[in-house]
Design a protein around this ligand. Structure first.
Ligand code: GLU
Length: 467
């Protein structure tokens, strides 16, 4: 059997990490089985759907590298088809017009609540032949009254629901627009979706959807309901817990593969392995290994993973992502060293690309001020003299490279009878503005001779202006 999965977000906000995990699992399942992965935008709620959210979904999918084989399909383009199916259900007697007014339904609900019954439609119009042309009816699905629906859930196992627990749900509103459960069913059927992989917040919809599919004589897909993602406080993960939008993670300096790796482990495991290449995820992923219980989002662990990917990833790849952050800071990478060399120099000390970019600005732009603490500690009386000597020695270099400048610093320290730090630290503050940078020889070779000499001169003037 060829496999088709889909990711079917509603464009009513940013792409949430929970949604991204659903997308990832659907994508992995399709890739693992050589199947097809569809992106379907469920935009029938015209009031809440926005183009901005559609863009955020598309941007998020692209950034994560979750490529789809078909789509994006928009449900708003399928209204005629939904009407056709609603009509079909009416004709074959599996749906009916319901004229019950809001007040009537409200009263019914109040009575049921008072009797401690589960509020549900009582089926008043189910068998009525009466047409009331003066009122706009809704259309309800005629749910079977007897028997059970068994969901063979690939994560949770069999779930049996008695039909008498399910009331006749509305499939078309009074204005004729179809409701969620109808549109999902029609599209899953038309798109020949074989595996519906989605959040377990939809589990109550599944037996209803299966009944509609049965009424349409459609093949019932397999279902896999993914457990929820919680914040550290045990509540469902939301904005309150910090970044939850996929693009926010990009903005905060995460690599997409680190986020994917984090998401794949959120509710799924393969032995003790923590780090997975995409190919390994595809190879090892099994729905049967997805946890039944909810998982907790752990920002610290994601940060750790991100650092692993920054340190061990292909520097050229990391540099491509870094270039976006460098651009955000208004820096033209052409004004300084190759980004790939910056990545190699900074990756041990940068947990995010935001940190890396911020710590690399001085390679490209002069800074306006020195770090105060660093000045106090390192621009002391006499350090202008050390810097001046260094300036002369470094100015004479004709083959600028790390080894050469390192030797100059070592030799000068020896000549002046100082330890290395007394020479290297003032130099570091002079060229970076702070006492933190990669190894001094690496920093100097990346910065280049001209900028180095220029900044040493500025620092000498600055130190002299202090005294
Ligand atoms: N559009 C639904 C949502 O965003 C998902 C529907 C489904 O996966 O069946 O929650």
């Amino acid at each position: 059997m060829s496999i088709t999965t889909r990711f079917a977000p509603s464009p009513t906000g940013y792409l949430h990490v929970g949604g991204a995990r659903t997308a990832l699992f659907s994508w992995l399942y399709a890739r693992k089985h050589g199947g097809k992965f569809i992106l379907r935008i469920e935009d029938t709620d015209l009031e809440r759907s926005t183009q901005e959210s559609v863009n955020a979904i598309l941007e998020g999918m692209t950034w994560l590298g979750l490529d789809y084989d078909a789509g994006p399909f928009y449900q708003t383009h399928h209204f005629d088809r939904y009407k056709e199916i609603i009509q079909q259900l009416l004709v074959q007697g599996d749906a009916y017009y319901c004229y019950c007014s809001k007040d009537e339904l409200e009263q019914l609900r109040t009575e049921q609540m008072a009797n401690k019954e589960k509020p549900r439609y009582n089926g008043k119009c189910r068998d009525s032949e009466e047409l009331k042309p003066e009122t706009e009816p809704v259309i309800r699905f005629k749910n079977p009254v007897d028997g059970v629906v068994t969901i063979t859930d690939l994560v949770k196992g069999d779930i049996v629901v008695a039909n008498k627990e399910l009331d006749d749900l509305i499939i078309a509103r009074a204005d004729g627009t179809p409701t969620y459960n109808l549109t999902v069913v029609v599209d899953d059927m038309d798109m020949k979706v074989t595996h519906v992989i989605r959040g377990d917040d939809h589990i109550n919809n599944t037996p209803r959807q299966m009944n509609i599919l049965k009424a349409l004589g459609a093949e019932i897909p397999k279902y896999a309901h993914l457990p929820m993602i919680l914040g550290a406080d045990g509540a469902r993960l939301s904005k309150r817990h910090g970044a939850v939008s996929v693009m926010q993670f990009r903005d905060d300096g995460y690599l997409p593969e680190a986020l994917l790796n984090y998401l794949v482990r959120l509710g799924w495991s393969h032995g003790d392995q923590e780090i997975f290449t995409i190919d390994e995820m595809v190879e090892y992923f099994e729905l049967g290994d997805v946890n039944v219980s909810a998982s907790t989002f752990n920002m610290e662990k994601l940060l750790w993973l991100n650092h692993q990917y920054i340190m061990n990833g292909d520097p050229a790849h990391v540099a491509r992502h870094l270039s976006w952050h460098i651009g955000q800071l208004g820096i033209d990478p052409a004004d300084g060293p190759e980004l790939i060399d910056v990545v190699k120099a900074q990756r041990e000390r940068s947990k995010t690309l935001v940190e890396m970019a911020a710590a690399s600005v001085y390679f490209y732009k002069d800074f306006d001020s020195y770090d105060e603490k660093a000045v106090k500690k390192n621009f002391t009386a006499g350090s202008d003299h050390v810097l001046s000597r260094l300036h002369d020695e470094l100015a004479a270099v004709t083959d600028w490279n790390g080894e050469r400048v390192h030797q100059i610093i070592v030799d000068l320290a020896e000549t002046l009878g100082l330890n290395m730090g007394k020479v290297a630290q003032p130099l570091r503050v002079a060229i970076c503005g702070s006492a933190v940078s990669p190894a001094i020889d690496v920093t100097l070779s990346l910065l280049g001779q001209e900028k180095t000499l220029d900044r040493i001169e500025k620092a000498i003037n600055y130190i002299r202006s202090l005294n």
